[in-house]
Design a protein. Structure first.
Length: 165
């Protein structure tokens, strides 16, 4: 896709690409590893879900990270192998497998949160109140655009009508 076809001026496009080039140099591998602790996006999302709900089943995870159940099972398998989560059977229904943080996983997630908060505090500490309001406004606009884009790309579900005689 040609970004200029999106109505961006050459100057804005150049400023944006220059910014990306500059910031990529600042995000060293060591810094990136510190922030995300060698976790994939889906593992970070599983951590977040466990943080919010304490224990979840495999279907909840698959739905939350928008992957098929077999993909979620692979992700959880790797996380379990790395000692980050634990699988247990539900006391009420032995067919249900529940996923929870292990002590190591909880500690790693806490470290992830601490790293992100540390960088966030440093960045936000450099902003004025008016800059903060501007960022909030920009974030709301980004969210709106992404939401509209998602709605446009979602397939329309057709309702099947069954005639009952």
């Amino acid at each position: 896709m040609n970004l200029n076809n999106q109505g961006l001026s050459d100057e804005i496009l150049q400023n944006f690409t220059d910014y990306i080039e500059e910031i990529k140099e600042l995000l060293t591998m060591e810094l990136w590893e510190n922030i995300f602790l060698n976790c994939s996006k889906n593992e970070v999302l599983v951590f977040w879900l466990l943080f919010r709900q304490k224990e979840v089943n495999m279907s909840d995870i698959a739905e939350y990270i928008h992957v098929p159940l077999n993909t979620a099972t692979g992700i959880i398998g790797r996380m379990e192998k790395n000692g980050l989560i634990e699988r247990t059977r539900s006391a009420e229904d032995k067919r249900i497998v529940l996923i929870t943080f292990s002590e190591k996983g909880r500690a790693q997630f806490q470290k992830l949160v601490d790293e992100l908060m540390s960088y966030g505090v440093k960045i936000l500490g450099e902003l004025t109140a008016s800059e903060m309001k501007l960022i909030e406004s920009l974030m709301a606009k980004v969210k709106k655009v992404l939401k509209e884009e998602k709605i446009q790309k979602e397939p329309v579900k057709k309702v099947r009508k069954i005639t009952i005689e």
